[in-house]
Design a protein around this ligand. Structure first.
Ligand SMILES: [Zn+2]
Length: 352
């Protein structure tokens, strides 16, 4: 038994493209109920669980959705053209990362998941075509469902508007763990493990867990959570952290290492996180000898920005993750364990 890895793999392998998170939420609700928490589901799909403890209300927030694409149209011969699920994807624009190509996919059709591959024309023919050498654009990408007509695609319950995500099994790679949805299932793993370990302990806060929907298209679920929340006094979001320890980036550009411990994010593109709360997390780590890293992210946002806008002091704890928003998101198990330890230390030491 490898409790953390097994939980992470079970969560990460589930399909949960933005707006179709129901399989993830069902798994999380069951895990949280099994741990003894009272779980409620909001009308828009957010999950909320009360773990226990006494004091001001602290919510630890992770999101259920993963990076995904959306079927834009279906060609006569059954290929699904694509648009972004989270940003602009005009015909002439580039997908944010060419590494999304060539992956097995799951389309969430009307009647359930449908297997597919994310493809583009082969390199053998690219050189013979007039725009050879051009960058891959959104219009070059399509899903192949293995059927040859638009009506066969329709028979599978797939139509414009259906979301799709990677279908790649989570596995160990050396001392690391690789999978398609570390963003943000590793966070749900940390939150679930925190709830299990915190239950029955003396906490300085009343601890709650939240699993939100539709983070990747603009913090939609967290905005609803903030609007309908039962009086939270502070919030901590968990999400992927960017890493600088890879070729082409460097620690001068992003001073976060995989395996270096949780990153306390002071600001990103959307918000300056709460200073006193962030330093209180730092102090809790220092009391227990848990190493943390400090970071500021660009081109990045988290659910804590939405909580902040709901007047809740909010921080972001990020576990270092390589190759974010690809099918090979890579984390270090020790970082995930350290995130659980840090949050538990914060709950017990009540440093804020
Ligand atoms: Zn995320």
């Amino acid at each position: 038994m490898e409790p953390l890895f097994d939980l992470l793999k079970a969560l990460c392998d589930l399909p949960g493209p933005t707006g179709a998170e129901e399989r993830v939420q069902a798994f999380v609700a069951a895990a949280w109920r099994e741990a003894g928490h009272a779980v409620t589901e909001a009308p828009v799909g957010n999950l909320l669980a009360r773990v226990g403890g006494q004091g001001r209300r602290l919510v630890v927030v992770a999101h259920a959705d993963e990076i995904s694409v959306v079927v834009k149209s279906v060609t006569a011969d059954g290929h699904c053209l694509l648009m972004s699920a989270s940003g602009m994807s005009g015909a002439g624009s580039r997908p944010p990362n060419p590494m999304i190509l060539g992956q097995p996919m799951t389309v969430m059709g009307r009647h359930g998941p449908v297997p597919a591959v994310l493809a583009a024309r082969t390199g053998h023919l690219r050189s013979t075509l007039p725009d050879s050498g051009a960058a891959i654009l959104w219009n070059d990408l399509f899903l192949d469902l293995g059927v040859g007509t638009a009506s066969a695609v329709a028979d599978l319950g797939v139509h414009p508007g259906c979301p799709a995500c990677f279908d790649v099994a989570t596995r160990r790679l050396g001392t690391r763990i690789v999978g398609k949805a570390m963003d943000d299932r590793a966070a749900l793993t940390i939150a679930t493990e925190l709830g299990r370990r915190a239950a029955g302990r003396r906490l300085g806060y009343e601890l709650w867990l939240a699993s939100t929907v539709q983070e990747e298209n603009g913090l939609i679920g967290a905005t609803a959570l903030g609007a309908g929340q039962p009086g939270f006094d502070l919030a901590i979001a968990l999400d992927v952290g960017l890493c600088g320890d890879v070729p082409g980036v460097g620690l001068h550009e992003m001073p976060v290492r995989l395996g270096g411990g949780p990153a306390l994010v002071h600001r990103d593109s959307s918000v300056r996180y709460h200073r006193a709360l962030t330093y209180a997390l730092c102090a809790a780590g220092e009391k227990r000898g848990i190493a943390v890293q400090h970071a500021a992210f660009q081109g990045y946002g988290s659910d804590s920005a939405a909580m902040f806008k709901s007047n809740v002091p909010s921080a972001l704890v990020a576990y270092p993750t390589r190759y974010t928003h690809t099918a090979i998101e890579t984390v270090d198990e020790g970082d995930l364990e350290a995130c659980v330890d840090l949050l538990l230390a914060f709950c017990e030491e009540a440093t804020f």
